[in-house]
Design a protein around this ligand. Sequence first.
Ligand SMILES: [Cu+2]
Length: 607
Amino acid sequence: MPPSIDSNEHQPREEKSTKKKSLFSTRPEMGTGHGMLFAVMGLVVLHGWSLFPALATLHYYNFVLKEANFTKLCSTKSMLTVNGSFPGPEIRVHKGDTAFVTVHNNGTYGVTIHWHGVKQPRNPWSDGPENVTQCPIQPGRSFTQKIIFSDEEGTLWWHAHSDWSRATVHGPIIILPKPGTAYPYAKPDLEQTLVLGEWYKGDVMEIITTALSTGADPVLSDGYTINGQPGDLYNCSSNATIFRMLVEYGKTYLLRTINAVMNEEMFFGIANHTLTVVGMDGAYLKPITVEYVMITPGQTMDILVKANRPRSHYYIEASPFADTNAPNDTSSTTAIFQYRGSYTPPATPFLPSLPSIANKSAAGNFTNLLRSLASKDHPVNVPLNITKRVFMAVSVNQDPCPATAPCGGPNNNSLTASMNNISFASPSIDILQAYYGQLTKKNAYLKRVYNTTFPDKPPYMFNFTGDVGNNTLYPSHGTDVKMIKYGAAVEIIWQGTNIGAAENHPMHLHGYNFYVVGMGDGNFDKKTSPSTYNLVDPPLVNTIGIPKKGWATIRFFANNPGVWFMHCHLERHASWGMATVLIVENGRTEDERILPPPGGMPACSKP
Ligand SMILES: [Cu+2]
């Protein structure tokens, strides 16, 4: 059953003392206010276990994957949801807790769920990317995932990780400070989760299947959404298609903003109100006060906004940032920041002036402001002496068209994508199982599932961001992973290229947050670029946009053994193979080794 939309006015959630919730996690409501009825969860105290309040609290959730009908932009479709809601249900924990989510698949195809930005120390088994750490949960089957929270604090999200199912299967993860500790900023009065989404009138799984078979770009989306509502600026907009956030004059609100959009980075702002960004990807930032933010798919931002303007209606707007020749949905979505009280609202709410769609410098100017909080309670730990360095060229490429069929991409070729000129080929069974089989010598024959040959640099160096010749156009295809020694001080330099349609790529790594120590335009220069690095307070994130025809350098300590997917979070690029896998090997001691597989891992259909 779709959520009721009879009332689309939403009272943000009040910030309560966190202490009360340390033992019981009851989650009957959700920040997005859809009045959801999904199964609750919250059974925390097992018999006799309530004597251990110092231990991390356990939370239990049931996620039922099922089809539900939704009507948006005057078009109705059946789509896959969790518990019938869009966006899906919220997970709300304290730092260091553990959640068990039992996913029941009542849908029609196999799906996996990923807990985006949750590091899952030593536990890749519950990370979720299809055929990387598990095989899909088939229709009629269930799988219980153990989500181990460690140092994350702030906002993250979960989403399906099978083809394009994440378009409709996603929801927030809220991680509060530990009981007895506080936010490193003045406590907001209330909080509101805002999930940015992308709406396709068609079936998203059909859209990507068709695109991959023709080699053409996937059809564009029909609009964007905020908390499931497209807003006022579309055909078919009405009073029932807009999300209204009711605010009280003088109060401060924490906006937990999640970019769940499929294929575009987004500018976001609220008319006449300044935003103060205090956190990102589950880590704190030095507060940044701005008129707009640029948030990539995969990123989350904690933003403070004070309701201190004349009582009225103000648009909250999200519009795409896409500086590229590739086609994009250019529309924008709105919600209303609506003051309580009696006044005559304007006929049309005030609109923020967000940067235009191709405004690369506006996007870069915002990203350059990001700094870790780097305080005593939230220190940084940036690797300084690098022991493993990898240079990765990131490209949108083409494949020659097979003689048997015409292809719909440029030059009558097929579109594809690569890292270091290798287009990632999804294996038939998951890499984690194959790796663990060798590690334990139980299923060593599975080693043919992947190669450990992902190179430390591209096959040849060229003027990546200049006039690229045709000789760089065609990648190879393979399931190549990068092996990393436990404890290595890793530096990865991502170099965007001008092959195909250059654009900003939001690169995401599972199992880690990483420090973004530098970024710049043009080719990375190993002599001059490192002198620009910020090794003092670089932002700690799980996703960062590599500037168009530019580079970004990240650093992290390889202290989480496992099989970790790395990919562009523009979904069409990931589908084309802009991805690889890092396998961080076991260390010497028991607590430096991956955990054994839990029972009930979904079976793989092919050996
Ligand atoms: Cu990309």
